[in-house]
Design a binder for this molecule. Structure first.
Ligand code: SF4
Ligand code: SF4
Length: 253
């Protein structure tokens, strides 16, 4: 996977850059379209407020107010405005950063503070993945719109879980998502050895490959908290080499 680029789509809290030493960032801004009302043309008829499913545009007795954070940029308000009083303007949602450091080429999104909807930025970051390069994507956790937008269209999804009741519950939800998205899925067990639900047996019973296991180990937690890459520690590297080989095998079969 030497031609790969690491893409951090967990735009609400990207963290892959913490492990990247050196390198120069190239940063661009990402915006999404929101309505802009021409108060000269507007007759305060109320139509835009009626058609907005998200209560992002409100017609008051003397003005029209737009709540840009709530707007999904669907364009319905401008389509239905009888006075052609609504145009589009850009609302800044975050940054798209690319960097080449000592460990890997990295591309990531950084959502602006106060911005509630990460999906538009995720789509914009995906457009910046260099043509012809394999993307290894760090997805947001959970099963909401952001992980769905990140997983959509992937060749393979590896669900990282841990043997706790909470982790097991979330794993089952995430498996439902990848099944719906028709994305091939494998499981990687973090903190393997922790007493808890038997994830190996669950995966075995359901025909889901377990592609790797990282043991519960204080040394791993300490190195991670110091921003060290475990692939540079001989004792831990073999787990990731085996993971890499497993991914290659799954992608070629
Ligand atoms: S639909 Fe157009 S004219 Fe009517 S209130 Fe909205 S912006 Fe004004
Ligand atoms: S673009 Fe869509 S979501 Fe945004 S204010 Fe208009 S109708 Fe509402």
């Amino acid at each position: 996977m030497d031609d790969s680029v690491l893409v951090d789509l967990d735009v609400e809290e990207p963290n892959c850059y913490l492990f990247q030493k050196g390198g120069v960032d190239t940063t661009g801004e990402a915006s999404r379209p929101v309505p802009s009302v021409d108060s000269v043309k507007c007759t305060l008829c109320g139509k835009c407020g009626e058609v907005c499913e998200f209560h992002a545009i409100v017609v008051l007795p003397r003005e029209v107010m737009v709540f840009e954070e709530l707007c999904h940029g669907c364009g319905a308000c401008s389509l239905f405005c009888p006075e052609d009083a609504i145009s589009e303007k850009g609302h800044l949602v975050g940054d798209i950063v690319s960097t080449s450091g000592d460990a890997y080429d990295l591309l990531y999104g950084r959502l602006r503070v106060g911005e509630a909807m990460p999906t538009h930025l995720i789509r914009e970051v995906r457009k910046h993945i260099p043509e012809g390069r394999q993307a290894v994507v760090d997805c947001p956790p959970g099963t909401s719109c952001a992980p769905v937008e990140s997983i959509r269209g992937a060749d393979l999804c590896i669900l990282v879980t841990e043997p706790t009741p909470f982790g097991f519950h979330d794993l089952k939800l995430a498996l439902g998502v990848t099944e719906k998205l028709k994305v091939r899925t494998a499981v990687f067990i973090n903190k393997h050895g922790l007493p808890g639900p038997d994830i190996d047996s669950f995966c075995n019973d359901n025909g889901i490959p377990v592609i790797g296991r990282l043991p519960l180990d204080r040394d791993i937690a300490e190195r991670y908290s110091r921003g060290e890459l475990l692939t540079r520690v001989a004792d831990h590297r073999r787990v990731f080499e085996s993971l890499r080989d497993g991914i290659k095998e799954m992608l070629t079969t």
